[in-house]
Design a protein around this ligand. Structure first.
Ligand code: SF4
Length: 370
């Protein structure tokens, strides 16, 4: 039972590749297509999309919202006249999104003065508007009322989402896990990549997995021999528990991706450092980053905070990352010298095997060289 529009063809819905796309798109894809809708995605973020978005909002709006506006304009350019701008108020009771995400449908309505239809179902668990209400509201906008059909489509949405999440937990990056989940593919073996150094990145998905916005941070670190852990590598339950273990409480809806993820890896001492990537002008991030900075300092864990906006240049960005990684290398080398190398030298000296000593030293130097 698929509802058709007045031209007797499938309804089409445009999805901006921004904000909730990063995180929820696997569900949107499974659910919307099972309802019989045709999805049009905006293009991947480019400088042009960002610049266009910037023209429509005041300059102190945060970068992700400017990017979102740019993606809506991109969809309009493609001839898409029905655009999905969900009204995401709170994800749990009194766990809220920031005011800009909460007001996103209104922002779009007010800044883009063109004729198009906004599909803005609401989720607001604080006010008793559940995820199920959100899904039903969405379906009703396309004149789909059959409960059995809607339930089946919701199930399909969760199926795609859960497969995506499982693959991300196994070590696949955002793009790969998403592509596989959409194509109905599954990987069953965890991917373990060992690198000489590792960091945890605390960031919103829309800042980190959008390669133009994050300036390909994860790939840059990989090239430097640094493994990155992100919120994709842990469950929401683990992230929430880590916030509690830190003696803090969750306030913001996106907090698990930031405070929760950083806390999880920091408390387990699983990483050599923390990178906080946030958008200039973001209120929630400034509080969450400050909180983690405080705890990192207590634990002598190196941390860098990188603020991004539409003017962030690649050269300065790379210099800061390189300097941070350089410092991590020096720390690791020093720690190794103190423990493993000194122990090794003692052992070697006792046995009088001078050549083995030099060989092992070189090997250790090699391992931490980037
Ligand atoms: S959480 Fe921060 S970066 Fe994200 S939309 Fe809100 S103000 Fe912008």
């Amino acid at each position: 039972m698929i509802s058709l529009n007045e031209n007797n063809t499938k309804y089409t819905i445009g999805i901006p590749r921004a904000i909730s796309y990063y995180g929820n798109y696997p569900f949107y894809y499974g659910y919307f297509t099972a309802l019989g809708l045709e999805i049009v995605l905006s293009d991947k973020t480019t400088s042009k999309i960002i610049n266009e978005g910037c023209k429509y909002v005041v300059s102190d709006t945060c970068l992700p919202v400017k990017v979102f506006v740019g993606h809506v304009l991109n969809l309009l350019e493609k001839g898409c006249d029905t655009i999905f701008v969900p009204s995401l108020q709170s994800s749990s009771y009194k766990i809220n999104n920031c005011s800009k995400i909460r007001g996103l449908p209104e922002i779009i309505r007010n800044v883009i003065n063109r004729p198009f239809r906004i599909i803005d179902p609401e989720i607001n668990k604080t006010e008793g508007i559940s995820f199920k209400d959100f899904c039903y509201d969405f379906a009703h906008r396309f004149e789909i009322y059959d409960e059995g059909f809607i339930e089946k489509a919701i199930k399909k949405g969760w199926e795609v989402y859960n497969n995506y999440h499982k693959m991300a937990l196994m070590g696949l990056g955002f793009e790969e896990a998403l592509k596989n989940a959409i194509e109905g593919k599954m990987i069953t073996k965890p991917i373990e990549i060992v690198r000489p150094l590792s960091v945890v990145i605390m960031a919103h998905g829309y800042n980190l997995y959008d390669e133009r916005v994050s300036l390909r941070l994860i790939k840059k670190l990989e090239k430097m021999g640094v493994k990155s852990y992100t919120s994709l590598n842990i469950t929401k339950e683990d992230a929430l528990k880590a916030i509690e273990d830190l003696g803090e409480i969750q306030y913001w809806a996106n907090e698990l991706d930031l405070t929760g993820t950083a806390a999880y890896y920091m408390l387990r001492n699983k990483v050599d450092g923390i990178i906080a990537l946030s958008a200039f002008g973001c209120g929630p991030d400034s509080l969450m980053v400050e909180e983690i900075q405080y705890h990192a300092k207590q634990r002598n864990m190196p941390m860098i905070h990188i603020n991004i906006d539409e003017h962030t240049g690649e050269a300065g960005f790379v210099t800061r990352i390189e300097a941070f990684v350089d410092m991590l290398v020096r720390r690791k080398r020093k720690a190794l010298e103190k423990s493993e190398v000194i122990n090794l030298l003692h052992t070697v000296a006792e046995r009088g095997k001078i050549t083995a000593k030099a060989g092992k030293q070189n090997q250790i130097e090699e391992e931490i060289k980037i």
